[in-house]
Write a protein of this length. Sequence first.
Length: 405
Amino acid sequence: MPSFTFTARDAAGRTQRGVQSAQSAVVLASELRSRGWLVLDIQATTEGQVGLTESLDPRGMLPVRSIDVELALQQIAVMLRSGLTLLNSLHTSSEHADRLKLRRILRRVMARIEEGSSFADALAEHPCFNNLTVQLVRVGEQTGTLDMVLVRATEAMERRRNLIQQVVTALTYPFIVLLAAIGVSLFMVLNVIPKLEIFIKALGKKLPPTTVFLMDLSEWFKIHGITLLVLVILSVVALLVGYRLPGFRISIDRVLLRIPIIGKVLRVAGTALFARALGILIRSGVTVLDALRTMESLGNNKYLAAVVAESRRKVFAGGSLAESLADKHGFMPMLGRMVAVGESSGRLDDVLDEVAKFYEGQLAVLIKQLSALVEPAIIVFVGGIVGFVYITFFLTIYSAAGSAK
């Protein structure tokens, strides 16, 4: 069915623009007039040509980023506040979206709304819009505050993105340096030591114990290196496959939360994200049970998600939210105590905001501490490996020179 762009004026005199599929321009004009609109212009779109061009554009393969969704929702909120209709806002936002994939998604959202779907249900069909955004949009549609809840959704997405970036930044540096240390070690064992061995054997002298150890280690890697590499690859693949299984992932995520320093970083980040998002949902009029259901799928750590799911079951059974969050290895302990204060005072959303601010500050401090601890430790580790090999090399040269005298 062909698509047409139309311009019309509604009964209130506002200009309406959009894209809609119809059998013909005449049929579309009749449908628009049935809404009480004055049809100003209808033009057939070159959707097929545009779709073909976009399908051949390699940029269409790029995934939708969180920041792209944030910008789109901010644009829609501003246009709604300015008096534009939702469809017009979506159409304008789709035209200005940087990612081609997001343009297609916004067009599909428009099509679903034109078919009679709600905005929230249309967004829920696309994974790039998380459950928090969908839930807030649903509330905004019911209360007539769609522009305001879209702003809250973008703020929540921005804070979540910043938290994730902080955690990833904190963990990426040690991981990269550790890989570099492993690479240096393997280079020494597989490249430097074999050359050293040829030189030493040519001398025909008695070798120091450290030199013998390095030569034996090098020989072991030559014999078993391929087997070790295959085992490592298989282990990584098995871990990645198992991580997709709910039960296994919960166990792994629980172990991650217990790792010294790193586990605390993850717990603090999870607590800040939970408090911030739950506070926004409750302030927007979402019930505690519905907010907890939304929070189950919002976090990346599945063990914390399981804690939230158990909390929702306890609250549904008549328990206290504060007591249900008191898990020894789950969220930070202060969360439960502050939630108890919020429940007793009736200001749970404000208390959750304070908790979120506190732990967002704590996260920044922890990341600095982690960097301060990891950097010297990695330097000592890498320097120890390289230094051991070079000291062994010079001890061998000194031993050979001493024996020659």
